[in-house]
Design a binder for this molecule. Sequence first.
Ligand code: CO
Length: 207
Amino acid sequence: MLSDLLDNNKAWADRMEAEHPGFFKQLAAQQKPEYLWVGCSDSRVPANEIVGLLPGELFVHRNIANMVLHTDLNCISVLHYAVEVLQVKHIIVCGHYGCGGVAAALGNKDLGLIDNWLRHLKDIGYSNREILSTQENEQARVNLLCELNVQQQVANICRTKVVQKAWKKGQDLTVHGWIYSIEDGVIKDLQVDVKDFDAMPDIYCVE
Ligand code: CO
């Protein structure tokens, strides 16, 4: 029942206020999150909950298959606000194994409008077709592409003007690639952190 959601909300707000007196009043005055989360829209991967953060601690952008595309004004605007105004110190791209978007991109079905979005995943799959073809089954191919996608999105974030400008100013900003397992609730760090221009291919550098 939809009304249950509103009842749940009231109970949650009362509980939060009881546990942390003045919590909402303080948050209403300002937000100062240290993290930007870029995750999948999948209902099984709720950002704040899986990393134990409270309201005010995580700035969030979610879309199908946690992608950062330079022509996506929504995502780039979130990134811009997070880096320039909120001055987050960490940007976390968190993919998840068994991602439906990634699985769909490895198939050939006509799914309609979403094919245009999934096309970016196909490009990553095609660039990595050799390693993907060595996987023993479809599930392993999907999971490997989930990881490769996270790595590509970390690179895409680093290649934005927003992030490069921040690094040029000496802002402390690290981009991380993580992946979540829906099967056990555990996040794995893919160890692909980037915090400066060092590994940036020249063609993506902004003067
Ligand atoms: Co997903």
